[in-house]
Design a protein. Structure first.
Length: 287
């Protein structure tokens, strides 16, 4: 065999071996999964257990998908918002006039689905006790009592981000056109092919933050804060994926004012949506 052919063969074998080594040693990822739990404790804005106020009623929706716009790992209870390890920031735009979450570029995930996967090498090594998640959107099924049909299942879209730029979106097969910014609390509902839109009162969306005294978040930001049961440590020497599951409480998270005191949501009776905020966050780690 000619020398140049031998050299070519050796290069091919070396490249193949290198490829084999890379396949045998894949880079580990930090995987973020979402979970929605109707039995998880129901919290208020201060992270304390909360009951349903007199004159209101609530139900636990069945979440189909959710989007977040910001995820941060925080080492301590005094770490201010933005000073921890920011591992995700969603797209924003000023197409509607003010800076807003760009809904058209949002990332979504459903129950027990992966929302984000990034190389662990991109995450600062360290120990973290808290996680902050700025929620942007949630979509789920709720029960509605109507005059003509009785109780039906409808699909609710809840925009809980600080400000949201929307062109249009599909809600259970119906197209909702906005072409503008909408503030936190904007919602749309679909049932039996009919749609309706509304706006919850300003500041009414619950955003649990147990660190309210030491690390507050801006009003309307929808940054939900949760504590790891045990300190979450990234050494920088991990050789396998690490999964963080963000478990959100949907325990009676859809709340409205009662006109007929029957515990049924009846929009045709004038009952108004007052709160769509998730009711707590518990993060957990697995390998």
């Amino acid at each position: 065999m000619k020398p140049n052919r031998i050299l070519l063969l050796l290069c091919f074998v070396a490249c193949f071996a290198c490829s084999e080594d890379q396949d045998d040693n894949p880079q580990p990822n930090l995987i973020i999964k979402l979970n929605f739990d109707a039995n998880q404790v129901r919290l208020d804005n201060l992270g304390q257990p909360a009951t349903i106020p007199d004159g209101n009623a609530a139900q636990s929706p069945t979440i189909q998908r959710m989007s977040a716009n910001y995820i941060e790992l925080a080492p301590t209870a005094t770490t201010l918002l933005g000073q921890g390890e920011v591992i995700f920031e969603g797209a924003e735009t000023n197409a509607g006039g003010d800076m807003a979450i760009d809904f058209q570029q949002a990332i979504f995930a459903g129950d027990d689905e992966v929302f984000l996967s990034i190389p662990l090498s991109q995450v600062q090594a360290g120990s973290y006790n808290w996680v902050r998640v700025s929620l942007a959107y949630q979509e789920g099924d709720i029960q509605v009592l109507t005059d003509n049909v009785g109780e039906v299942t409808g699909r609710l879209a809840s925009f809980v981000g600080y400000n949201n730029y929307i062109t249009d979106f599909d809600l259970n097969g119906s197209t909702i056109t906005v072409n503008d910014d909408v503030l936190q609390g904007f919602w749309a509902f679909e049932a039996l092919g009919f749609t309706v839109q509304g706006q919850a009162p300003e500041g009414a969306t619950t955003v649990p933050n147990p660190l309210f005294d030491t690390s507050p978040v801006p009003q309307g930001s929808c940054v939900v804060t949760g504590q790891f049961e045990n300190e979450f440590t990234i050494t920088g020497n991990e050789n396998q994926d690490v999964t963080v599951t963000l478990s959100f409480s949907i325990n009676n998270s859809f709340e409205w004012t009662e006109v007929n005191a029957d515990g049924k949501y009846e929009p045709t009776a004038g009952e108004q949506v007052v709160d769509m905020g998730l009711r707590g966050l518990i993060p957990s780690v697995s390998n």
